[in-house]
Ligand binder design. Structure first.
Ligand code: ZN
Ligand code: ZN
Length: 416
């Protein structure tokens, strides 16, 4: 027996998965976003440039594919923002802002745990080429309404932070480094490495002793330039104006190098340690990192489908999940009626009636049981007598009533 790869999963029931994707798609299109799709395979260089060489994703979690030529190094995409920006630049998009979304599998080689998979699925939305921070409040509000109204989630929190511009972060790194040096005897190995290589990431450490130190650490939002301070104030005020509940979380930095200014996460305590089910923020310099001479300020967010599924599972009864269409089940009583059964099933399908047909034989009782399990509206029994008289015995599975109907009148009868 060959089993699936650790950290991957088979979806044997896609009702909730599709509900999430379909609802979000419709919702985003209603907000004038356009759906796009980019390849799952991308050049490794794309993520080295965008995510940063010192991020965990690039150093440890890439599914790189060995090819003949070193310069052709490719990988399974670990996220979608860099690909979307690549597409924007590659096709010289002239729509400003470019509001797009996509969805699909992402890949990260990491230790599987609750809510964390090596192949996971995301819905990704981006608003490319706008410096207006009102779009930050717009995107956050849009997501908040999606979760609270369309998905009826109540038990979640919105955390936001402001990472300043590049110059602010450069200055802040010195301030933070001085602080970390003063408490370094209390920090774990990982934090000491991050302090040297990717200093803002120290805040992501789950170690409680480290977290204790970070409670009193300097806050980046307190160390931003006048312009950034104004933007940060405006984003918060607009959110308040729109009645979006949020908490400012000074240690929220997002793991990836390309983020600056607004950063946010939607979290739920029901998810355990991996509590975020949606995250995003601004990435005003990603275009430059990818080699563009012009910067295209942008922002975006991604929703983790598997994590949202965990949150929606208990709400299945109150969500408007799509109903299975009513189905007609054709039951031939013997081998002589199989062809006729297929003929009738074909006729019904051609007339827009959802139909199944039982071709394995068996007793009437066992076939009725099967039809009941399928959820049949009607069972259409075809025995020798029906075959000879050009009729079908129609059993209404809700009332139990049976009626003999001419085969030629069957479609009209079932549609009435
Ligand atoms: Zn600034
Ligand atoms: Zn630590």
């Amino acid at each position: 027996m060959v089993s699936k790869i650790r950290g991957t999963q088979d979806f044997l029931d896609l009702i909730l998965f599709n509900f999430i994707v379909d609802t979000t798609k419709k919702y985003l299109m209603c907000h004038h976003f356009t759906e796009i799709a980019t390849p799952i395979l991308e050049s490794t260089e794309l993520f080295k440039r965008s995510l940063g060489l010192e991020t965990d994703v690039v150093t440890k979690q890439m599914f790189t594919i060995a090819t003949q030529k070193e310069e052709e190094l490719m990988c399974l995409r670990p996220e979608a923002t860099a690909s979307t920006m690549r597409a924007f630049l590659e096709h010289s998009i002239q729509t400003f802002p470019w509001k797009v979304f996509s969805w699909g599998p992402m890949f990260r080689y990491e230790r599987p745990q609750k809510g964390r998979f090596r192949q996971f699925h995301q819905i990704n939305m981006e608003i490319i080429n706008t410096p207006s921070t009102w779009y930050d409040a717009y995107l956050i509000t849009l997501l908040d309404r999606l979760f609270s109204q369309r998905f009826q989630l109540q038990n979640y929190a919105l955390l936001i932070n402001f990472l300043g511009c590049q110059a602010d972060r450069q200055r802040f790194k010195t301030v933070l480094e001085a602080y970390l040096n003063s408490v370094k005897h209390n920090l774990c190995e990982t934090c000491l490495v991050r302090k040297e290589k990717n200093i803002l990431r120290v805040f992501d450490c789950k170690n409680s002793v480290c977290q204790e130190q970070y409670r009193n650490a300097p806050k980046i939002a307190d160390h931003v330039c006048t312009e950034c301070a104004q933007e940060w104030k405006q984003v918060q005020e607009t959110l308040q104006e729109l009645s979006v509940t949020f908490s400012v979380e000074p240690t929220l930095v997002r793991g990836l190098d390309y983020y600056d200014k607004t950063a946010f996460e939607f979290v739920s305590t029901e998810l355990g340690a991996q509590s975020a089910f949606c995250g995003g923020g601004r990435y005003n310099h990603l275009a430059g990192q990818l080699g563009s001479k012009t910067e295209y300020p942008a922002l975006g967010a991604s929703i983790g489908i598997e994590r949202l599924m965990l949150l929606l599972e208990p709400l299945k009864n109150i969500l408007p999940l799509p109903q299975q269409p009513g189905i007609q089940v054709v039951v031939p009583m013997g081998p002589e009626q199989q062809n006729l059964a297929l003929f009738i099933a074909d006729e019904l399908q051609n007339n827009g009636l959802c139909t199944d047909v039982l071709l394995d034989g068996g007793s009437l009782k066992s076939m009725l049981r099967k039809a009941n399990k399928i959820g049949a509206q009607h069972v259409l029994i075809i025995g020798q007598e029906e075959q000879e008289t050009g009729t079908v015995m129609v059993k209404n599975m809700q009332t139990g009533a049976e009626e003999r109907i001419a085969q030629t009148a069957l479609v009209a009868y079932l549609k009435r």
